[in-house]
Design a protein around this ligand. Structure first.
Ligand SMILES: C[S@@+](CC[C@H](N)C(=O)[O-])C[C@H]1O[C@@H](n2cnc3c(N)ncnc32)[C@H](O)[C@@H]1O
Length: 297
């Protein structure tokens, strides 16, 4: 069982209490300073105060990261450019990726384009960072005939739906992230038994994902109301993560040989649908539709 710690407090103070070079991965989803109501005023600062706050928690984050460690930071449009500059120019981290989280539902604008993505910056402390590509590949359109049989690199545009109000894992937190997003970062940038820190735990998405993927995790959150939500979320029976990259359901078009088809089907479930049990039935149905069993008389 992984060690999961929930800490009630301000992440700057709480990160200060952690040992230097002790953390493998930080997943940070701070308030974007766009005026969301988290019940604690944390999303409505002046620009200068917000930037000072951002520098302070990032400095502590860099101190606690191991030399092989990585940090992913979510950010909205208003501060993303300045965040990039703080991470690269001021903190001297190594840039690894600017990921676009694309979602199909969201607020509709009547003047201007409706926002359909958030950004995620991925930096590491050195060029010796962990990156488990085989654990996060996505299925190929063509299997044997092209590329790597194990699947393709998912790229830097990630599609995951928001968690819908009718889903069991949906809480009352206003900016709950899909578990599939955190799953990809945790699998790519940490190993089982390592330590992940989420300084802005919110509804506990990162902690829940770490619980299921056997990573130790520290989640820090300012509001005790959200800590209660996390506690009860961690007690819920697990029936699969609440979101999946639609490409994970893709079935290659060239599985013409029956033996290869069976081998592929077995591998697909193991490689792409582990921790996504709710998708298994739909996958079986789609597989049978695409490759109907031939009746021989
Ligand atoms: C964008 S939300 C995180 C959502 C989370 N990723 C999830 O999936 O539920 C940011 C959270 O940071 C918390 N927060 C704001 N300022 C904080 C601080 N200084 N220290 C710790 N938590 C803070 C807010 O209360 C809010 O729950």
């Amino acid at each position: 069982m992984p060690d999961l710690q929930l800490i009630h407090g301000n992440c700057i103070d709480e990160l200060r209490k952690l040992k230097s070079s002790s953390v493998d991965l930080i997943i940070a989803d701070p308030p974007y300073n766009l005026g969301k109501d988290y019940g604690n005023g944390s999303d409505s600062m002046s620009a200068a105060t917000y930037l000072a706050f951002t520098r302070a928690w990032l400095q502590e984050s860099v101190r606690v990261l191991k030399p092989t460690g990585s940090i992913y930071v979510f950010m909205g449009f208003r501060f993303i450019a300045r965040l990039y500059s703080i991470l690269e120019d001021e903190l001297g981290l190594q840039f690894n990726g600017w990921i676009c989280w694309f979602y199909t539902q969201g607020m509709g604008k009547t003047r201007g384009f409706s926002p359909r993505h958030d950004d995620l910056l991925f930096f590491s402390k050195s060029d010796k960072f962990t990156f488990n590509l085989d654990d996060i590949r996505v299925p190929q359109k063509f299997y044997r005939s092209r590329n790597n049989m194990r699947g393709a690199n998912p790229g830097d545009v990630w599609e995951f739906s928001h968690v819908h109000y009718c889903q069991d894992s949906r809480t009352t937190h206003p900016t709950q992230k899909p578990e599939g997003l955190m799953e990809r970062m945790v699998l790519a940038s940490s190993n089982p038994g390592e330590l992940v820190v989420d300084p802005f735990a919110g509804s506990g998405t990162t902690v829940r994902v770490c619980q299921q993927l056997d990573r130790n995790c520290i989640g820090i959150e300012l509001s005790d109301e959200y800590l209660d939500i996390i506690q009860s979320r961690l007690q819920q029976p697990f029936a699969g993560f609440d979101s999946i990259d639609p490409r994970m359901k893709r079935i290659p078009n060239d599985l013409n040989d029956p033996a290869l088809r069976q081998e592929y089907k077995h591998n697909h479930i193991k490689w792409f649908l582990s921790h996504h049990e709710t998708e298994l039935q739909a996958f079986e149905e789609e597989f049978n539709r695409k490759y109907p069993a031939r009746v021989t008389l």
